[in-house]
Design a protein around this ligand. Structure first.
Ligand code: JB3
Length: 240
């Protein structure tokens, strides 16, 4: 076993882990793992063959996800999903379930600069990036991304596999359904519900509930259908 970048201060019993995905999100994750000393990144697996045999921030890209059983045999017991993606969290869900089925345990990673309330409940495999806040009484499911500087206010409930992107703010007591995406810099007003698989566009200001599967954007946020429909109406009117 060849753990990478063990700091002198790091306890020797820190586990090693595999990161699934080797792109931009995984690179931030590797920094977070090293800073938090939660685990040592041992290997990256990536679907892109052109990365195999190369390194991501010094961590070897061993191959594709088919190597999970090999890594288990090498003694790796933990993983983190390193695929970020914007809008569609389904690939992240599939990867998470696949690694769990293989017998690996998802790691919870909180960067040391993030503020996670002791009364917050944070699910396995959830990552909280630098300067993010998970406030009092918030409950986060598994495999959630709380990206850099995002704020999840007190008593919010965030479902499994949700991505709260960079700088987004969930004001207090917001409920977010599984697999939803809250875009960068979006703000969701207190006590609202964002349905399962819904997408909130970057910079949106959400002032009403968003039904499951619906995409909204703008200030105040409106369903994409109605906005795009409006554009179509205008075009038709202009065509006379
Ligand atoms: O907005 C911010 C701050 N970060 C974005 C992040 C949330 O999402 C970032 O800017 C990107 O938009 C995106 O990061 P991500 O997901 O790392 O994207 P990318 O740099 O394109 O890398 C994705 C990597 O995942 C690629 O190398 C793919 O080959 C790999 N990948 C895709 N599907 C997979 C799979 N790897 C494995 N192991 N298994 C898969 O099924």
């Amino acid at each position: 076993m060849r753990p990478t970048h063990r700091q002198a201060s790091m306890p020797v019993d820190v586990p090693t882990c595999v990161i699934l995905g080797g792109g931009g999100h995984a690179r931030v994750l590797i920094d977070c793992l090293r800073a938090s000393e939660v685990a040592l990144p041992y290997a990256v697996l990536d679907a892109d063959r052109s990365l195999w045999g190369r390194e991501v921030l010094g961590v070897p890209v061993r191959g594709g996800d088919g190597l999970l059983p090999d890594l288990l045999r090498e003694g790796i017991r933990h993983f983190v999903v390193g695929v970020g993606g914007i809008g569609d969290n389904e690939p992240r869900r599939r990867l998470f379930e696949r690694a769990r089925r293989q017998g690996l345990t998802p790691l919870r990673v909180c960067h040391p600069s993030a503020m996670c309330s002791p009364s917050a409940v944070i699910g396995q495999g959830t990552v909280v990036f630098p300067h993010a806040v998970v406030n009092t009484g918030a409950r986060l499911g598994v495999n959630v991304i709380v990206n850099t500087s995002a704020v999840i206010e007190h008593d919010c409930v965030v479902g499994d596999h949700v991505h709260v992107a960079t700088g987004a703010v969930l004001c207090s007591t917001v409920h977010v359904g599984v697999l939803a995406h809250i875009g960068a810099g979006a703000v969701v007003r207190q006590c609202l519900t964002i349905g399962e698989g819904a997408v909130v566009g970057a910079g949106a200001a959400v002032v009403r509930d968003v039904p499951a599967g619906v995409t909204v954007f703008g200030v105040p946020a409106e369903p994409a259908d109605s906005i795009l429909g409006g554009v179509e109406d205008l075009r038709r009117e202009n065509l006379g």
